[in-house]
Write a new protein. Structure first.
Length: 252
């Protein structure tokens, strides 16, 4: 696909050949009656930045200016005669200067727009990061509340008076261990959450207290009904809960 300017076959990318490189502006680019600044910029802009083009043009501007000064110093008379012979030279210089000024103005406008767009994008990315952070916090809080509800339901459904003996017959240690692990997980959550004093966390304190009371009550019931070999496992669960003394007391 070609661009809107003159297409140059030398710029077609060949995957088997060397990488394309920028063309340096030479003195020949300024020679000829058909010289046009727009064509010059179009021809040499590929594979280099506007700053590179400006640097090269400044280099040639200084070089030509110095050569002109040297010519004047070497033979002022010939320079005057040359100036008299030039036809429209001043107009050409003025035309180039005007085109360069217009080009510089366009570059500055583009740079300003790019700076504005960059600031806008940075602001949008910052807002996106904040929203993602808030979303992760909300998801964590919802999960926290849901785990508490699940634990409450598990305690009620598996350890009511009608099902207690059935649980004991099946696998009481495994059932109680699941309860304790879930409880310790929800208890630890506020310590790792970025805002431990968040209203949604502080509002669950009473529910956690009720869960702890229910667990202690069920542990005592299990201890009373459990076989001697299972009581040691229950003592270990008391230890994980930080209530080893309560566990030993329940043995009596």
């Amino acid at each position: 696909m070609t661009d809107d300017y003159n297409y140059d076959e030398t710029y077609v990318y060949d995957s088997d050949g060397p990488l394309p490189v920028a063309r340096e502006i030479t003195r020949a680019a300024f020679c000829g009656d058909s010289f046009d600044i727009n064509n010059l910029l179009t021809e040499y802009h590929r594979y280099q930045t506007l700053e590179d083009l400006r640097s090269q043009l400044q280099h040639w501007g200084k070089t030509i200016q110095q050569e002109l000064v040297n010519v004047i110093n070497e033979d002022y008379g010939d320079f005057i005669e040359l100036g008299q012979q030039l036809d429209g030279g001043v107009e050409k210089v003025a035309s180039v200067e005007t085109s360069l000024r217009s080009f510089r103005s366009d570059v500055n406008d583009i740079k300003t727009k790019l700076d504005d767009d960059t600031q806008l994008i940075d602001g949008l990315l910052s807002s996106q990061r904040k929203l993602s952070y808030l979303e992760s916090q909300i998801r964590a809080l919802i999960t926290y509340e849901q785990k508490i509800s699940d634990l409450e339901l598990e305690l009620v459904s598996e350890f009511d008076s009608e099902n207690l003996r059935q649980v004991l017959i099946m696998n009481p240690i495994l059932a109680m261990r699941s309860i304790v692990v879930s409880y310790l997980a929800v208890k630890k959550f506020p310590t790792v959450f970025p805002q431990p004093d968040h209203p949604m966390i502080t509002s669950q304190v009473s529910r956690l207290g009720n869960l702890r009371t229910s667990i202690n009550s069920r542990m005592k019931s299990l201890m009373a009904e459990a076989e001697p070999c299972d009581k040691y496992e229950l003592i270990l669960l008391y230890r994980h809960l930080g209530e080893i003394k309560e566990g030993i007391k329940s043995l009596k």
